[in-house]
Ligand binder design. Sequence first.
Ligand code: ZN
Ligand code: ZN
Ligand code: FE
Length: 739
Amino acid sequence: MQGVGFRPYICRLAVKHGLFGEVDNRTDGVSVIVQGDLKTVDRFSNDILQNAPPASQIKSIEINETKFPRYNSFRIAASRNIENQITEVSPDIAVCQECLDDMKNDPARIDYPFINCTNCGPRFSIIEALPYDRPMTSMRSFRMCEKCKREYDDILDRRFHAQPVACNSCGPSYHYKTPSLNIASFRKIIEKISAQITSGKTIAVKGLGGYFLMCDALNDDAVKKLRQKKHRDAKPFAVMFRDIAAVRKYCFPDADEEKELVSWRRPVLILRQKEVLAPSVSNGLRTTGAMLPYMPFHYLMFRSLKTPAVVLTSGNISDDPIITDDAEAENHLLPIADSLLSYNRNIINRTDDSVVRFINHKQSIIRRSRGFVPRPVDLKLFSEGILALGAEQKNSFCLGKGFQAIMSQYIGDLKTPATYEFFAETINRFSDLFRFTPASIACDLHPDYLSTQHAERLEKDLNIPLFRIQHHHAHIASCMAELGLDEEVIGISLDGTGFGTDGNAWGGEFMIADLKGFRRITHFENIPMPGGNKAILEPWRMAYSYLYKYFGDSFDYMSIPLFKSIRPDKLAAVRELLVKKINVPLTSGAGRLFDAVSALLGLCPVETFDSEAPMRLESAIVRKIDESYPFTSDVSISFRDTFKAIIEDLPRLKVPDIAAKFHNTVAQVILQSAIKIRTDASLTKIVLSGGVFQNKYLLEKSTDLLKRNKFMVFSNHLVPSNDGGISLGQLIIAAKKIK
Ligand code: ZN
Ligand code: ZN
Ligand code: FE
C-alpha cells in the first residue's frame, strides 16, 4: 500500500545491512531486490517482519534467487503513474511515538501540531489524486523549508518521502476564533482552549477528516448545551480520553479492546461503563464510546486540560454530513459553538471517526471511516468495474478493482439532501482516485431508495447492466465476501427493515443462500406497522400491534404501565388503524420485535435517535441468566407465547432479567431454526448478519449456542453488519452473476 512508509523502511533496513538493490511497488505487492552474501540477505529478510511500520500489512514473504544488473546503491524505484495500476491509498494514521518524542526534542518541531513521518500522519483525508505524492495532496500549497526538504530527500531519514512533512517554519498552522477574537499563536490558543473547556464552553475544532464539536465530558451542563446546539436529543456522544489510564478509570476495556484503542487506527470503541462521566454523555446507556488522542494537537491540548475526557462529536447539524469546509464551519458551527479552532490545510476526503465494538473478542465495525477507509477487502471473485451503491440509511458504496473491493467511508442517510450530495461527489472522487469506470451497477431491490434511483440513472446514462439485489441476501453475502465463502450456507439476517421479494418489509430472515441466490426458509411472523414509518419512530405502536395481533380486544391494555402512559386518543387511533387495516404495512423485521419489547418494558416508548429502543433493551441487561421464553415456529416464527410470558413476568420480575430472557429467546429461535435447516439441507456453515447483530449480548449468546451445537458460525468483521456493509454484499453477488 502506498503511503504507509513501507518502501522507505525497506530502504533503511537494506542500508543498515549494507545491501544494494532496489524496492518497487507492484500490483501484486512490493518487490525487493538485494545483492549481497546469503547470510546478510537472510538477516535482512528476517528483520523485515520485526519492525515493519504499524500501518503496513505483510501477508507473506516469498524469496527467490534472480539475475540482475549490478547495483551500487539501494534505491526506491520511481512511481510509475503511467501504468495506471497501483491504486492503493493508505488510511489516515495516528501520530506515532517517535513523532511525539520529536515534538519534545526536535528544535524545528517543538510542540508542532502537524508533525508526522513516513509511519504516521494524514493520508486519505488529504489526497486528491494518485500517485500519492505531495503535489497531489492538500500539502501542495506548503513549500518545504530547507530542513524539511533535506529530510524528505534523505533515504536514511524517518521523513524520507513523507508527503505531509512539515515543521514550525514551513507547515500548516492553527488559528482560533471567537466572534470578537482572532489568535494565531499556538501557545495562546492552547491556553484559551483550556480555559474555555474548563468553563463549560463548546469549541468547534477542525480534525483530520472534518470538524468536531468539543466540550468537557465531566461537565453535565456543558454536554447538555452541546446537545441542544446540535439538535441531537439523546444519542450517546463519543469521548476522547487523555490516556489509557483515564479510559480504565471510566470503562472496562479488556486486553483486545485496549490493543485496538492504541492501534494506529484509533477508532471509537464501545466499552462497558465503569463510572459515569457527565450523565448526558451516554444518557442512561451502560456503555461509553471511548477513543484516545490521534492528532498531535490532541496530545498538546490534553497537556494543559484539567479534565481527563472531552466529548468529541461530529461537527454537523442534525443528520447532515460532518462539515469539512472552513467557510461552512464559520457559518454553521461558529454560531452554535463559543469558538472555532481551525487550520489552513484543506480536508479533501471527509471522514468521521470510526466506531468499533468487540464481540466474541473480535472486532465488529459499526461505522467504518477514518483509519479503515480506503483499505480494500480482498475477494475470491474478480469484480472489476462493478459499482455497488448500497442501501439508503447508513449508506456506503463499493467499487470493484480486480480481486479487491474498495468501500467508501460511511456516508450517512441519503434522504438528507447534503448527504446525498456527499454520496454523489464521493462516487466521482473514488472513480477518479482509483481510476475506476463502472461497467455494471448493483443496487438494492427497494424501488424508493435514493441509491436505487441513482443506480437507475447511471444504468440509462452509461447504458450498462444493473443488478437489483435483495437486502438481506446482500447482508449475508457481505459476510461471505469478507471470508471468501462461495458455497451454500445457512444465512440468518436479523435487521431493521429491507424490501422483500413479496413487497413486504423483511428483517427476520432465515435462508439458504449462496452468492447466486437464496431461498427464504422461514422468517419472523409478519406484523402490521400501525402508521407505517411512524411505528419505527414510536416503538409503543409496535408493542400495541404485537399484543393486538395476538390477543385482540379481549386483552386489558390498561393493565400494562406502558399504555397508561400513552394518551388515550393516540391509543384509540392506533387501534383504529389496526382494526380497519389502514396504513398498516407488514413487517417481519427483527428490529421491530426488539422495539416492541423495549417499549413494553418502558425502556423506550418513543425513539429520539435511530435504534435507541434495541440499544436500551440490550443495555438494560445487568447479569447473565440462561432462561428464555417460549415461541412457536411453523411456516413463520410466532412470538405469541413470548409476549404472553413477558406480560406475566412484568409485575414480578425486574426489567434487566426480562430483557436478558428475551435476548435468550431470540438466540434460541436462531439455534432451533438453524437445527431444522441443517436437518433438511445438511449445511453446517451459518452466517449471521444484519444490523441486529451489532447487539453484543445477542451475537455472543447465539454464537455460543450454535458452536456448542457443532455449527461453523461466521459474522462480519471487516465491514459493518448494518446497512453500512450492504454494498460489499451487492458487489460480490453481482460479481458472481457476471461470472
Ligand atoms: Zn511519526
Ligand atoms: Zn520545514
Ligand atoms: Fe439492513
